[in-house]
Design a protein around this ligand. Sequence first.
Ligand SMILES: Cc1cc2nc3c(=O)[nH]c(=O)nc-3n(C[C@H](O)[C@H](O)[C@H](O)COP(=O)(O)OP(=O)(O)OC[C@H]3O[C@@H](n4cnc5c(N)ncnc54)[C@H](O)[C@@H]3O)c2cc1C
Length: 415
Amino acid sequence: MDLTYPPEAEEFRTEIRGWLEDNLPDGWFDEDFRMSPSDKAKFNEDWPHKLFGGGWICATWPEEYGGKGLSTMEGVVLAEEFARAKAPMRADFFGDTLVGPTILMNGTEEQKQEFLPKILDGSMRWCQGFSEPDSGSDLASLKTTAVRDGDEWVINGQKVWTTQAQFADYCFVLARTDPDVKKQAGISYLLVPMQQDGIEVRGIVQPDGTAEFNEVFFADARCPIENVVGGVNNGWKVANDTLGFERGMSATTGYRRFAEEFRLMVEKAKENGLIEDPLIRQRLMKFQSKIQIIRINGLRSLTATVQKKKDPAVTVLGVTNKMFWSEMHRDAMELALDIWGTEAMLSVAGPQKSSWPGAIKAAGRPEYDVSPMMQAFFFSRSETIWGGTAEIQRNIVGERVLGLPREPKVDQKKG
Ligand SMILES: Cc1cc2nc3c(=O)[nH]c(=O)nc-3n(C[C@H](O)[C@H](O)[C@H](O)COP(=O)(O)OP(=O)(O)OC[C@H]3O[C@@H](n4cnc5c(N)ncnc54)[C@H](O)[C@@H]3O)c2cc1C
C-alpha cells in the first residue's frame, strides 16, 4: 500500500493550510488557546460566512451549482486539513450531507437551481421525514400519503424522530403516491415547505432535557407538483441514495474524532492510575486497534476511488462501515465512563468541563446539565440505530453481499 499523496494534492494542502492560518483567530494553533464566551459567540457567527466566502462549503459540488468542483482527492485533503486544524466545517447535516447530494444526483435542473444555492449559503434548513411510528427498519411500509390535487401534492400522515424539524424550512418526505403496487414501488420523495398550516411539529423531550427529535403531523399539507425528486413512484431508489450518504463516513478523517477520545481516555487513566489495570488496558488497546482499522480502511477506499478500481473488499467496507464504527463507539463510551468512574456523573467536574469531540451541546434542563462527555455517551447509544440499525446492516451484508437466503417476509406484495 502506497500511503503518499500525489504532488498536486500536497500543493492543494498548502493552499488550505494558508487559508486556515489567515482566517482562524490569532493564537488558534497554540496549545493553551481559549476563547471568551463573547469571542466564541462572534466566531460562531462569523465563521460560516468566512467558509462560504472561501468556497469551502460543499466544495466538491460542481461550480455551476455554487461548489468549487474539487476532485475527490482535493475534497479529502480539505477535510483532513480542517480536521487537523480542529476548524469547524459548517454542519447543516441534512442540507449539506443528505438532501444536497441527493438533489445533485437525482434532481431536475430546476430543482438544482432552486435548492442547491440556498443549501450552500445556509439560508434554507432541512429535516428528514422518513421514519413513522410503525415504519422504521421496515421503511417501505410507510403510510403517509401524497395525493395529486391540480398543481400540488396534498400530504397526510405522521413522521417521527424527525431531527431538527423545529428549525427546518423544508423537509424531504417519503410519501405513498400509489397504494396499489408493491410497497417499494409506490413511494415518492417530496420536498415540502415546513412553514404552512397543514404541518404541526411536536418536540420529544429526552432525559437530558433536550428535544432535537420531533413528531411531525401532516394534515392536508401541500407542496408543488414539481417538488418530486427522481420521478413519481421512484422514491425508494432516491431514499436509498440518501441513506447511502447517511451511512457513509468521511473516509480518511472520520477516525480522528475517535483518536482524540482515545487520547483523552489514556490521559485520564494515567492520572488516576487505571492505566495499570489489565482489563482497562485491554479495552483501550481494542479501541485503538479498531481506530487503526477504520483509518486504514478509509485509505483503502480512497485509493480505490482515486484509481477508479473496482475492489470487492471496498464494496463490503462500504456496507459494514457504519455498523463497525457505531458498535465500536458504543463500547468506547462505556469504557470512558469506567475510566472517569463516579466523576462521570458530575456535570461540571474536572476534565469534563472541557469539550468532548463530537458532543452536541444543546440547552438542556438547568437541573440536569450533562457534561459534554456524558452527552457523547448518550448519543453513542443512538449511533447503532439512526440511519438504519446495526441489525438491519447485518441483514444487508447477509442478503446483498454474501448472498445468503433472504429473510421470510409476511406479505411480499403489500407488507
Ligand atoms: C438519534 C436519532 C436521530 C434520528 N433522526 C431521524 C430523522 O431525522 N428522520 C427520520 O426519518 N428518522 C430518524 N431517526 C429514526 C431512525 O431512522 C429509526 O429509529 C431507525 O430506522 C429504526 O427504526 P425504529 O426506531 O422504528 O425501530 P424498529 O424498526 O422498530 O426496530 C426495533 C428493533 O428491532 C430490530 N429489527 C427490526 N427489524 C429487524 C429485522 N428485520 N431483522 C433484525 N432485527 C430487526 C432493530 O434492529 C431494532 O433493534 C432517528 C433515530 C435516532 C436514534
